[in-house]
Design a protein around this ligand. Structure first.
Ligand code: MG
Length: 168
């Protein structure tokens, strides 16, 4: 890192992202680019993929490029029911334009139901090509909220992601 020239010259940078969506009946549950069998989906303007949204915010955050809402406003009909991997791909393109590539991603999915564990591998495999990295550079972990708060009451799902990016 060259501190004299400012943080944008750092060869490795990190970003964090968070997202949550409430459950809604009659929608598909999409997490990490995968459709997961469940009796409810998540409500949102796009496909409401909270995992992809948290990762998108982490990628944008690594280069201080704002948040997903800045780039894909939920008032824009273009993003209605959008596949969130498309949004993530756009964010990856933005950092590539600035000479950076994603190095690795770690995401925690917080849900009382459904169980995330059986879908971890499929999510990593769906996310990796969009991020331009190997599947083993994508970590997906599931947790419950021990019955506490909105997640604990089964009202929705939250996700927290960290992304590291490196200068090409
Ligand atoms: Mg979202």
């Amino acid at each position: 890192m060259d501190r004299r020239r400012g943080r944008l010259t750092a060869s490795v940078r990190v970003g964090v992202g968070y997202d949550s969506h409430r459950f809604a009946p009659g929608r598909e549950l999409v997490l990490g680019g995968c459709t997961i069998p469940f009796d409810r989906g998540l409500d949102g303007h796009s496909d409401a993929d909270a995992v992809s949204h948290a990762i998108t915010d982490a990628v944008l955050g690594a280069l201080a490029l704002g948040s997903i809402g800045d780039h894909f406003p939920d008032t824009d009909p273009q993003w209605k029911d959008a596949n969130s991997l498309t949004l993530l791909a756009h964010a990856v393109g933005l950092i590539r334009d600035r000479g950076y590539a994603v190095c690795n991603v770690d995401v925690t999915v917080i849900a009382e139901q459904p169980r995330i564990g059986p879908h971890r591998r499929a999510m990593a495999e769906a996310l990796a090509p969009t991020l331009g990295i190997a599947t083993d550079a994508v970590s997906v972990k599931g947790k419950t909220n021990e019955g506490m708060g909105f997640v604990g009451r089964g009202e929705g799902i939250a996700a927290i992601a960290v992304a590291t990016v490196e200068a090409l």
